[in-house]
Design a protein around this ligand. Structure first.
Ligand code: NAG
Ligand code: NAG
Ligand code: NAG
Ligand code: NAG
Ligand code: NAG
Ligand code: NAG
Length: 372
């Protein structure tokens, strides 16, 4: 069996010279003062280099549907449109700064449109990850919020209206030099009070010492079985310990307005966009098949085969925009057995690989094949 694995690897290496050995077979670990957790799965999307028309190749499905008023819970309906999601990658396919294809801030744009209100709808944007098996894990987004008053930008896990973990930014709450983020766990209790989480323990408005539309920051939530911890740029913002969701679900991002003066406000006076530079999730799946795959590559827990998830401790903007992706690591394969989407390292690795660097790879491969 080992011999045939080595043989298959040799064949793969000749066909697609990539990596000789892998790391992270036993998962990705998260360590803080009080917690240590290991997760089996990852998804990573680099929107600074995501180009083309079809976001689904990157794992994200743009949504297209209408929610008319008053079901929208506002005076106007919500109209989610595929063409309000606009990829705007950097021109430089390997660099992290410089000009973008369409001009302005590089990243995926999620637009809310100011026109067409007479239709009774405000046109906005939403995307959902193609996977629906996200459960406990660390969920991270690099984004710059929209500047126009009257929209809500959100990053969230969703199972149902009663099981949801939400980071919601209301541009009406921004001040001269500060902002706020609404942290929400939708619970059976908030459903019972007409989707108003504001009187439940699972709702918290946290002030931010910066305007979220000034630059990119990393917003994050770590979901454990007994708590959810929210972070900004690696610093703890808030912790919730009640009504923690238990079911798996999807990851979403959206940007919308329905004119509700008590929430999104608006409509905005001008078209306005949230810009997303990345989404990263290190998590345990709800799928038995994913646990089987993990058991297969990690039959006995080996700490040497666990990779520590780096903390993003500064705003991922400007010179710090180039953040770490396991899926782009060119030294060793760090995503063995993971479900991968467009944008991982292989093609750029190949393009930048010379014969000189390939030779030692072949030598290493054949010596390990012979020793088996
Ligand atoms: C995730 O799943 C792995 C494999 O079953 C398990 O060892 C680990 O404890 C789980 N992590 C959490 C935080 O539940
Ligand atoms: C977009 O990509 C997905 C996933 O690769 C594929 O299933 C779908 O057919 C593509 N859509 C178009 C319009 O090409
Ligand atoms: C693109 O980025 C790479 C890596 O930072 C850099 O070496 C290269 O000079 C850049 N190319 C251009 C055209 O700016
Ligand atoms: C504008 O409204 C019309 C009529 O309701 C609708 O067909 C069209 O899709 C809307 N355009 C946008 C960008 O939402
Ligand atoms: C946004 O507009 C609302 C009224 O629609 C107003 O109450 C609020 O103060 C405004 N916020 C900012 C940041 O201008
Ligand atoms: C929430 O609490 C406030 C103040 O205690 C009250 O005025 C309001 O009606 C409550 N909202 C709901 C939905 O219960």
């Amino acid at each position: 069996m080992f011999r045939s694995v080595a043989h298959a690897a040799a064949f793969a290496l000749i066909a697609v010279p990539r990596f000789v050995r892998a790391d992270c077979e036993c998962g990705y670990s998260l360590k803080s003062d009080n917690d240590f957790a290991v997760f089996t799965d990852l998804i990573e999307t680099d929107f600074l280099h995501a180009s083309g028309e079809n976001l689904t190749e990157y794992g994200w499905r743009p949504q297209e549907y209408d929610v008319p008023a008053p079901t929208s819970r506002g005076p106007l309906g919500k109209r989610f449109r595929v063409d309000n999601l606009v990829p705007n990658p950097l021109k430089n396919e390997t660099g992290w700064t410089g000009e973008s294809e369409l001009g302005g801030e590089a990243g995926l744009q999620l637009w809310v449109r100011a026109d067409n209100i007479s239709s009774g709808f405000i046109s906005g944007s939403e995307m959902a990850h193609v996977r629906d098996d996200f459960r406990h894990g660390s969920y991270r987004v690099g984004m710059k919020l929209a500047g126009e008053n009257g929209t809500c930008g959100a990053f969230f896990y969703f199972h149902s209206d009663a099981q949801e973990i939400d980071l919601e930014f209301l541009s009406k709450e921004y001040t001269n030099n500060g902002g706020a983020v609404n942290l929400v766990l939708q619970t059976p209790e908030s459903v019972a009070s007409g989707y108003d989480a504001s009187n439940t323990s699972a709702y918290k408005v946290k002030e931010l010492p910066f305007r979220p539309d000034d630059m990119f920051h990393e917003y994050r939530f770590d979901w454990y079985s007994d708590k959810v911890i929210f972070y900004v740029d690696g610093k703890v913002l808030h912790e919730m310990t009640e009504d923690i969701p238990v079911e798996g679900g999807r990851l979403f991002m959206n940007h919308w307005s329905n004119g509700d003066p008590k929430w999104s406000a608006g409509p905005p006076e001008k078209d306005t966009a949230v810009v997303v530079s990345y989404v990263k999730a290190y998590f345990n799946s709800t799928q038995e098949a994913r646990f089987d795959a993990h058991r297969e590559r990690c039959p006995t827990y080996d700490p040497a085969k666990v990779c520590a998830i780096p903390a993003q401790t500064v705003a991922p903007d400007g010179d710090a925009a180039g953040t770490y992706f396991f899926s782009k690591d060119e030294a060793t394969e760090k995503t063995p057995g993971q479900i991968m989407y467009k944008g991982a390292a292989s093609s750029s690795f190949l393009a930048s690989t010379t014969l000189l660097t390939l030779l030692p790879l072949f030598a290493a491969l054949f010596s390990s094949a012979f020793s088996l």
